[in-house]
Design a protein around this ligand. Structure first.
Ligand SMILES: NC(=O)c1ccc[n+]([C@@H]2O[C@H](COP(=O)([O-])OP(=O)(O)OC[C@H]3O[C@@H](n4cnc5c(N)ncnc54)[C@H](O)[C@@H]3O)[C@@H](O)[C@H]2O)c1
Length: 251
């Protein structure tokens, strides 16, 4: 008889989530903790991430970290391991945007976005890869912009495309160690998307692109992270899971 899955099996696992002070990262930290995981919540906004982690009590450890800072990321991983235990899940979620049309985009606005998303994801991936054993799961966060291109955010699309490439490369490299690497491409009502959801110049146009005709809630996006983190996805690696109401459909 085929075996029936016993669930996500995340109880007692230790997870790191970056950009965990608000939005999707916070929802992911809450969802993982609800499955019994202990979660190191990293964010550059120390006050906000401490307040968020306090809501989760002993299940969470708040760490003020800029994901683009190599030393800070290593120190955070060391503290997470020392205080919570060996790492089983790492979610590279922190992100920023600097919108602008290509002709007017400054090189600084290109660099600053690449630093957080591409360098930040690289540093998190490397830290997790060095520490995780078999059964480890790394989840990156990309975007339809990185899969399909977008207008007015070439820097962000470039960074998110790099994250897809890193996800696939790391999945190929780490598979033999039993470590899986996947990405989620979300669409959710968070502070990051407030302007495109509420400004009348953009709201209808953006909503029209979503076949389900509504923005996702951060907690419904977080369900996909729980799935990719846990045992029910144990034969899945190198994939991009779009949790975006159908916005991006691969051909
Ligand atoms: N919301 C969406 O619809 C959507 C769509 C596609 C992709 N994404 C991606 O999902 C992720 C989360 O987005 P969100 O909508 O929750 O955004 P958000 O702006 O609500 O939250 C982002 C969090 O990341 C933190 N952060 C930013 N730079 C950081 C740094 N250098 N170091 C540490 N923390 C940092 C912020 O302080 C904030 O808490 C991002 O990678 C974003 O690009 C979101």
């Amino acid at each position: 008889m085929p075996e029936v899955s016993s669930g996500h099996d995340l109880a007692g696992k230790v997870a790191v989530v970056t950009g965990a002070a608000q939005g999707i990262g916070l929802a992911v930290a809450v969802a993982l903790a609800a499955q019994g995981a202990r979660v190191a919540m990293l964010d550059r906004d120390g006050d906000a991430v401490r307040a968020a982690a306090a809501e989760l009590g002993d299940a969470a450890l708040a760490l003020a970290v800029d994901v683009g800072d190599e030393t800070a990321v290593t120190r955070a991983a060391e503290r997470a391991e020392a205080e919570l235990g060996p790492l089983g899940v790492w979610v590279n979620n922190a992100g920023i945007t600097r919108p602008g049309m290509l002709r007017a985009m400054s090189a600084d606005d290109f660099d600053v976005v690449l630093r957080v998303h591409a360098r930040g994801t690289f540093l998190g991936l490397r830290e997790a890869a060095r520490r995780m054993g078999s059964g480890g799961s790394i989840i990156n966060v990309t975007s339809s912009a990185g899969l399909d291109g977008t207008i007015g955010q070439l820097n962000y699309a470039a960074a998110k495309g790099a994250i897809v490439a890193m996800t696939k490369s790391a999945a190929r490299e780490l598979g033999k160690a039993g470590v899986r690497v996947n990405a989620v491409s979300p669409a959710a009502a968070t502070p990051m998307t407030e302007t495109v959801r509420t400004d009348e110049r953009f709201a209808a146009k953006y909503l029209d692109r979503i076949p389900l005709r509504r923005w996702g809630e951060p907690d419904e996006v977080a369900e996909a992270f729980v799935f990719l983190a846990g045992a029910t996805s144990r034969y899945i690696t190198g994939q991009v899971l779009c949790v975006d109401g159908g916005t991006y459909m691969a051909s």
